[in-house]
Design a binder for this molecule. Sequence first.
Ligand SMILES: C[S@@+](CC[C@H](N)C(=O)[O-])C[C@H]1O[C@@H](n2cnc3c(N)ncnc32)[C@H](O)[C@@H]1O
Length: 215
Amino acid sequence: MTNQKRFHSKQYVLRNYPDKISKLDLGSGEYPEPGYTHLDIQTGKDVDILADIRWLPFPDNFITQEIRAVHVMEHFCHPEFSSAAIQKQIGTTTSVLKEVYRVLSPGARFVMVTPDFEKISQSVAKNRIKLEQLQQWSVGGHRNIYDVHHWLWTKADAIRWFTKAGFINLEDANPIRGWRKIRSLNWQDPSRMSNPSWHETEWYHWLFFVGTKPN
Ligand SMILES: C[S@@+](CC[C@H](N)C(=O)[O-])C[C@H]1O[C@@H](n2cnc3c(N)ncnc32)[C@H](O)[C@@H]1O
């Protein structure tokens, strides 16, 4: 388990990133995105900054282009359904969005990729995917305490919570559902790009949601 004392401090960040950070991959885990600075609560592959997303060790407006969080935002609780004690222990979707917004520069964007609960349930109802897939997406991998899902988002949640945090130019940018070309999200991970079956069984059911901090 991560000991908070080992987390990198704001002083460490300012010393090592004197020109600010342009692109940050939050909760990079086993799939660190090339071209990004990687932050995670656990040490691991290519982690540059060890920190908790709920309390980012950055001054305001420090990330100048983009923050990306892929399969991370489902690890936080619903801001109303959960109790105050659970919210304090786990963190909420809205408090994390507020923190992300704080550290983004005006004009920079937040890209969230998370299971799309609406799409997953529709596919289960039509027998397109197995019930077990819904179960797995619902609870997470359970390999450790940071691998547990606390809320599955719908697009309506994203619109409501991104708006509440102050984001504008909201976009549902799922490349598989046809609204956007994959390149516009600058997705480079070859292991995910090269497997077409993933595109149907996984990507189709992911919510790719983008918001911008206003200038
Ligand atoms: C399911 S993995 C996603 C990894 C990767 N982004 C991907 O695309 O597969 C979730 C990651 O978020 C990290 N994480 C969970 N809670 C976190 C927190 N409060 N602060 C920082 N990282 C966290 C976990 O350690 C884990 O690496």
